[in-house]
Ligand binder design. Structure first.
Ligand SMILES: [Zn+2]
Length: 243
């Protein structure tokens, strides 16, 4: 008979404690996204290991009756302690929530894991974590097959639009928009972000005052195309972005 125990190594992208003291975690692994439960986890050693953004190795047990696999054992493989800093934590949270919304259970994607892991490392180390989060959000979207239309007006199809699209987060032509056009550097970023390498994008950051409009476009695009990303909303509406 085939063993129902499997070993996986991945990053905790979501964590929830139930009233019964179980910890339900969602891990992104190179083999795909996994949701599992550590029964009674908050009272044991699992509690400190199965923390948000930790890279953990887990032994999972799946029974046919249960819809969630059980975490039998876990070990900490890596942690990024700087992600708990207040200027970094919201961005790590946002990227995790976005990655969770973009990648489905059962989808095998080593690339998604590498990109998500790289984005957390960037947010933890880089002096400009907001820029890392903006660039990597677009890269995660592009990997999942979502890229805002920028060559043609999202409403009428006219070529080379340069105005914001306040509803859909794409671009509108002057005739379809009642807002002033994006300034040239912001427009260039919005057009080129799917094609340029992460390195090239990191080397040419937008000035801080240009970013709130990019966040708003991204928030609209994600909400319309994928669904609401909660931490995103609080970030865009709150005082972290553009502070
Ligand atoms: Zn138009």
């Amino acid at each position: 008979m085939k063993s129902r125990s499997t070993n996986r190594s991945g990053i905790v992208m979501r964590r929830k404690v139930t009233p019964a003291g179980d910890i339900i975690v969602t891990l992104l692994t190179p083999q795909g996204k996994i949701k599992a439960v550590a029964r009674g986890g908050v009272r044991g050693q699992q509690a400190s290991r199965l923390n948000l953004f930790h890279h953990v190795g887990v032994q999972l047990y799946q029974t046919p009756q249960a819809d969630l696999a059980t975490v039998q054992q876990s070990i900490l493989e890596g942690a990024l302690p700087r992600l708990s800093e207040p200027e970094r934590h919201p961005y790590a949270h946002l990227l995790s929530e976005l990655a969770d919304a973009l990648f489905q259970e059962g989808e095998f994607s080593e690339q998604a894991f590498d990109l998500y892991a790289g984005s957390l490392r960037g947010v933890s180390r880089h002096p400009d974590p907001e820029w890392v989060a903006l660039v990597m959000s677009y890269k995660l979207l592009a990997l999942a097959g979502f890229a805002p239309r920028t060559r043609h007006c999202a409403r009428c199809g006219a070529a080379d639009p340069s105005h914001p699209d306040p509803l859909g987060g794409q671009l509108l032509c002057g005739a379809c928009s009642n807002q002033p056009p994006h300034p040239p550097e912001r427009l260039e970023f919005l057009r080129e972000v799917p094609r340029r390498s992460v390195r090239a994008l990191m080397d040419a950051p937008l000035m801080a005052e240009q970013r709130p409009a990019v966040w708003r476009s991204l928030e609209r695009f994600v909400t319309v195309q994928i669904g609401s990303v909660q931490s995103w909303r609080s970030l865009v509406g709150g005082d972290v972005v553009g502070a």
